[in-house]
Design a binder for this molecule. Structure first.
Ligand code: KG4
Ligand code: ZN
Length: 345
């Protein structure tokens, strides 16, 4: 019988994280805030043939990979399943069929081992990745979050409470990168390919920066910028002129990234918060990382930046958020269901 009544909450528990919200099947093991292993089996190459993630293919790939990726993560950590104190798993947001694979696996593992199941919001996972970079990191801090589905600036006040200082009113930053990649004829996954192309380009194409409206919370808007890129390319084509794709990629990158960095730093200074962190796939962007580092340094802010592989989807971040929830005693019932969408807060 599944009975957690005699569970002792440890200071440095061993937590297995499992992530399967999109096209990466991932597992990772942490002990306290120390990362012991992180493994990913990705179906991105298969998805690339279709120009994006096909949910059915993702679900099937997760089913084939989940057992193996967990086995690898536990082995690389030098542990056995018996050493695991809790299983943390993404329960949303994401593709329902894909989420269900990881969630069902985590439930059965938690049940078999008689350990707590921790249901993690994927985005909270991205926010928690920074905890593994610096074991001393404590709230308060400002987080620049930019992924395929979210763009936000957040103020983490305690381990379990945060305030949204800024968000997007239309596309997320990652979505804009992916759409511009498609316009430029680049293959999936788009963001990293735009970055590669931009390396040899110049910031010479006149594009409007991603818009920022200063309402009660800052509102970023990417749809105008995306349309400007599309119009620029179409105009050139109609005139029979060649589109300098490298310059378009570079100019777009500046227009998409600069306002995010500028506002994250400005908000930290305004609120007197001394530490800035970042998370989400777009934070793997080299230009964004360099700009954020430079601006934080200029402003005298401490920047905690996860390695690129912990910005894009991974399970180490899920385990990290699992640790926060474990310490808060926030365990999920085995009846918990996956959710395609979860509000940021
Ligand atoms: O966090 P993530 O891996 O998945 C979501 O939770 O959405 O973010 C994926 C997004 C995609 O839109 C992808 O194009 C973007 O992050 N991305 C990048 C880079 N690497 C991933 N965007 C810009 N530059 C990159 N190097
Ligand atoms: Zn993600």
């Amino acid at each position: 019988m599944y009975d957690l009544s005699s569970i002792i909450i440890k200071d440095n528990p061993v937590i297995l994280g499992i992530e399967s919200s999109c096209d990466e099947t991932a597992a990772a093991v942490i002990r306290g805030r120390k990362l012991l292993s992180s493994k990913i089996i990705s179906s991105a190459t298969e998805q690339a043939k279709f120009g994006g993630v096909v949910p059915e293919i993702a679900s099937r790939a997760h089913t084939e990979a989940v057992d193996e990726v967990v086995r690898q993560a536990v082995e690389e950590a030098g542990l056995t399943l018996k050493d695991i104190d809790a299983v943390a798993v993404t329960y949303g947001a994401g593709l329902l069929g894909a989420l269900l694979v990881g969630l069902s696996f985590a439930k059965s593992l938690a049940y078999t081992l008689n350990v707590p199941l921790i249901a993690v919001n994927h985005i909270r996972g991205h926010m928690a990745a920074a905890y593994l970079v610096d074991e001393e990191l404590k709230p308060p801090f400002i987080t620049l979050l930019a992924s395929g589905g979210h763009t936000a600036i957040l103020h983490t006040k305690t381990y379990t409470d945060f305030e949204i200082l800024g968000g997007t009113s239309d596309d997320a930053a990652g979505e804009a990168f992916d759409k511009v990649a498609r316009v430029l004829g680049l293959s999936y996954p788009g963001g990293v390919n735009v970055e590669r192309l931009a390396l040899n380009g110049e910031n010479s194409v006149p594009l409007p920066k991603c818009q920022v409206k200063n309402t009660q919370v800052l509102q970023f808007s990417y749809s105008g910028l995306k349309t400007a890129v599309i119009n620029y390319c179409h105009n050139k084509e109609q005139k029979g002129e060649e589109v300098d794709k490298e310059n378009v990629a570079c100019s777009f990158q500046h227009a998409a990234v600069d306002p995010l960095v500028k506002n994250a730093v400005a908000l930290a200074l305004k609120l007197g918060v001394k530490t800035v962190t970042a998370g989400g796939g777009v934070i793997a962007n080299g230009y964004l990382r360099a700009t954020l580092e430079e601006e934080c340094k200029k402003a005298g802010l401490k920047l905690i930046l996860p390695e690129k592989k912990y910005c894009t989807d991974n399970a180490a971040m899920i385990a990290a958020e699992g640790l926060i929830q474990y310490k808060a005693g926030n365990f999920a019932p085995l009846s918990i269901n996956a959710r395609a969408q979860i509000p940021l807060k």
